[in-house]
Design a protein around this ligand. Structure first.
Ligand SMILES: Nc1ncnc2c1ncn2[C@@H]1O[C@H](COP(=O)(O)OP(=O)(O)OP(=O)(O)O)[C@@H](O)[C@H]1O
Ligand SMILES: [Mg+2]
Length: 231
């Protein structure tokens, strides 16, 4: 289980997180929700050690992550698909995947497993990442994270700007990872995606946790989501 306990963080002198708590269990999808600028991406960056926390703790199965450098966090099999899908643009699809595999010393079996999940990437192994379509780039960013054989998967608005067919593919992959026992933390804006996928929803508002609700509660009260997302 990934457990975030009352974390605080700042950008320069400006406090951006002032008490965020979240639990993500294996085999469950935990949606991290809040309005634009609430701090969702910042929480993910803190989990990955890309931004230091100033108070609180981030624990994975009882081990502190917040004292580790990013590389060591990734080696604990924490996969991160950043908002806006950052790839090595000038490298090929194959090279991007290779970099993912190297992080945890994964080999051919994992490469085959990932390319079976994304057959489209297999057809484009020699192509430079920057020449892929938006949907294919999202596939590659996801594939690279799967190369860690993740225990935890962090996805920051993975379907932003994608066509419906691509959205469905990403959705299927997330559900598959849940079925394989991965603890998924998903930032998502589309209500139907949240309602159909989330096991829990953790809401944050201006950098602070306000409420965590179960999927059943979300479905029972259709006013919860629009109230917190401001839509
Ligand atoms: N690099 C930065 N420098 C200064 N302030 C930042 C930086 N990145 C984020 N912030 C501030 O931190 C707060 C949280 O931003 P964050 O990007 O985490 O929000 P978010 O919930 O992911 O928003 P969105 O839904 O737009 O992606 C905002 O007030 C934002 O202006
Ligand atoms: Mg964000």
């Amino acid at each position: 289980m990934l457990e975030i306990a009352d974390i605080h963080a700042a950008h320069g002198r400006v406090p951006t997180l002032t008490g965020v708590s979240l639990r993500a269990r294996a085999g469950e999808i935990t949606c991290l929700l809040g309005r634009n600028g609430a701090g969702k991406t910042t929480v993910m960056r803190c989990i990955m050690g890309l931004l230091p926390i100033t108070a609180g703790a981030i624990m994975l199965d009882g081990e502190a992550l917040h004292t580790l450098p990013t590389e060591q966090i990734a080696r604990r099999r924490v996969g991160y698909i950043p908002q806006g899908r950052r790839l090595f643009a000038e490298l090929s699809v194959a090279e991007n995947i290779e970099i993912g595999l190297m992080t945890c010393g994964e080999g051919r079996d994992t490469r085959d497993w990932v390319l079976d999940i994304f057959p489209r990437l297999r057809e484009r192994l020699g192509q430079r990442a920057e020449t892929l379509s938006g949907g294919e780039q999202q596939m590659l960013a996801t594939a690279r994270a799967l190369c860690l054989r993740p225990r935890v998967l962090l996805l920051d608005e993975p379907t932003e700007g994608l066509q419906p067919s691509m959205i469905e593919q990403i959705r299927q992959v997330v559900l598959r990872m849940k079925a394989e026992g991965v603890a998924v933390v998903l930032v998502e804006q589309r209500m139907e995606a949240i309602l159909s996928m989330a096991d829990h929803a953790a809401f944050i508002e201006t950098g602070r946790s306000i409420e965590t609700v179960s999927a059943a509660a979300l479905r029972a009260d259709p006013t919860i989501l629009p109230r917190h997302l401001g839509v």
